[in-house]
Ligand binder design. Structure first.
Ligand SMILES: O=C[C@H](O)COP(=O)(O)O
Length: 232
């Protein structure tokens, strides 16, 4: 992952799939290339093959199941997303919670397959216990702020600072902050508080000009990282 991490969760909006999904991904790709940075797109499973081919950005699934290959109707397995072209996946998003043992089993599989992983948690007390399972990153999001337009950076900065303290106990795992991120200032504040980047959905997926929103996020994230002197 490249800092500042900008992870855009397409969720299941009306423009998250089909031609509209490809269009928004391409607009984001263009901005990302302009700033020589990387934006991760976490997309509906049906969009993984086409977006992996059509854009140069890292494409993630939004969830995987941890069942073994076999008789598991309706499952989305790590092997399947890898074959479809995904670079990684979200796990345990607040809109798709799974049990701790399922997170553990999924991470073993993902790591073995060389896939990246972002485990979502809703409070800082879960950061270290999840980080020791060796995901690529933890995404902390207070659920009550998701989709609210009120950012974690402004409304609950202590969630980020506490999570930053916890992640420092497990070197090599990134910390991403999300929920309600709406503008560059929210990104700047999250990164200045110590996050490696941000996770976002509605501010981009509902925007008339998503590329402008993403540009604002990238510029603010880069500025904050440069001020921290911590960019890679
Ligand atoms: O995965 C992304 C988050 O749930 C954030 O959603 P939001 O930006 O709409 O608050």
């Amino acid at each position: 992952m490249k800092k500042p991490i900008i992870l855009i969760n397409f969720k299941a909006y009306e423009n998250s799939f089909g031609k509209k999904g490809v269009d928004i991904a391409k607009r984001i790709e263009k901005i990302s290339i302009e700033y020589s940075t990387e934006v991760i797109l976490s997309v509906p499973a049906t969009m993984i093959p086409i977006l992996s081919q059509e854009v140069s950005l890292p494409i993630y699934a939004q969830h995987v199941d941890s069942y073994p290959l076999g008789a598991h109707t309706g499952s989305l397995l790590p092997e399947m997303i890898k074959e479809a072209g995904a670079k990684g996946t979200l796990l345990n998003h607040s809109e798709k919670r799974i049990r701790a043992d399922e997170i553990h089993d999924a991470l073993l599989r993902l790591n073995k397959l060389g896939l990246e992983s972002v485990v979502c948690v809703d409070r800082y007390e879960l950061v270290e216990p999840m980080a020791i399972l060796r995901p690529t990153a933890i995404l902390i999001e207070p659920p009550e702020l998701i989709g609210s337009g009120i950012s974690v950076s402004k409304a609950k900065p202590e969630v980020i600072t506490n999570a930053v303290k916890e992640i420092s106990k497990v070197p090599g795992v990134f910390l991403i902050a999300g929920a309600g991120i709406s503008n560059g200032e929210d990104v700047y504040t999250a990164v200045k508080l110590g996050a490696d980047g941000i996770g976002v959905a509605s501010a981009v997926m509902k925007a008339k000009e998503p590329e402008k929103v993403v540009e604002d996020f990238i510029k603010s994230g880069i500025k904050a990282m440069d001020e921290r002197n911590d960019r890679n």
